[in-house]
Design a protein around this ligand. Sequence first.
Ligand code: EPZ
Length: 427
Amino acid sequence: MDRILIRGGNRLNGTIPISGAKNSALTLLPCALLTDEPLTLRNLPRLADVDSFGHLLNQLGCSTMIEGTRPEDFGRVMTMRAGSVSATIAPYDIVRKMRASILVLGPLLARAGEAKVSLPGGCAIGNRPIDLHLKALEAFGAEMETESGYVTARAKGGRLPGGTMIFPVVSVGATENALMAASRAKGTCIIENAAREPEIVDLCKLLVAMGVHIDGIGTETLTIEGVDRLHGATYRVMADRIEAGSYACAVGIAGGSVDLLGADASEMAATLDALRQAGVQVEEHKKGIKVSADGPLGPLTLSTAPYPGFATDMQAQFMAMLLKADGASVLTETIFENRYMHVPELMRMGADIQVKGRTAVVRGVDRLAGAPVMATDLRASMSLIIAGLAAEGETQVNRVYHLDRGYERLEEKLQAVGADIERVSDG
Ligand code: EPZ
């Protein structure tokens, strides 16, 4: 198992290329199942979850071919082709390792008229049920059946009749499954209280490029006119706004000045506002975002919310950045019920954090001390890296496979801007 060692205290200066967005790639990849024509995605990040999704697509009869990298992209080009769908099941052993596998449910139902997907089970940050995914497909006319840990969805006559789904809470994944299921429906599908994350907009743009008619893109009401056949397309995955925000937090606590190449400020307003409020200088330009910091930051009061609110995926990273702020910050996690797994690990480094229910009070300290710490989930792992960059002595982050799911070449990117960081493999 690999570990990452960080010796803190270095300021960060230089350029970090921002990769394609993991959470966009994981919903664009299953779109290959919607057509028998080739789908080419550009700027795909080199991540464990993207590789796992490719293997799942192969098991469903979809070929995948990596074709190098375009000069204007950081990520790879991959062409997929599902000439026919040889299976319509996402098995437990795949879904339990990568929850995003449930995003084949909508495409398989749309293409093959049926799909069987394992219920994913919980994960470190919460129970994360998929009831809203199933309710959306049912609202569009699918016949649903749940048995022995699997859910089966069927479209009578092979295509969904259409209908209206009003989400009681905003769900990114359920909105994505609903959009993909609706893409071949016979009638109109309407999604009310849809998620508005930029990754949803990326998915809508790809579906439109494949021939689907969608109104209301970027709003909470989406109207989809399904088509008999979708055609192939070539599409560039958006930049990863969470990766960019994570590195901005690293600069915030370590100090220095880093250009986040490829970051799109228009998709990060809440993150950039919070950074500025804390005292980080943020300069948006046409090729990315330059962030600079020098000296202690001010405290913040932040509450996570669906987009365009402050992203839950940024909570752990901001908590790490605020560990040495001048004063007490208050963070409230409203999306997931257990997204403070990083707190006990940060406290081992000398952080002063008190958690009460969904709220964490972070009192700034003068000094953090490096320590061996344990990664528990993707964003929690990044918060440990960020804290390690400003801690005295050596921090050893264990179980970095969590990080490899969502951060491409993390140690290389940080080494390139002056961090004293290395990956050690236990062989
Ligand atoms: C996506 O997860 C992201 N993952 C998550 O990023 C992100 O934290 C989350 O959206 C919120 O922005 C991917 O895109 C692959 P949700 P998702 O459905 O779709 C509840 C990361 O670190 N809910 O918007 O699973 C759920 O329990 C990951 O990159 C139901 O109750 O999130 C949660 O409390 C972590 N029933 C809330 O809704 C459902 O059927 C929001 O979840 C579905 C969700």
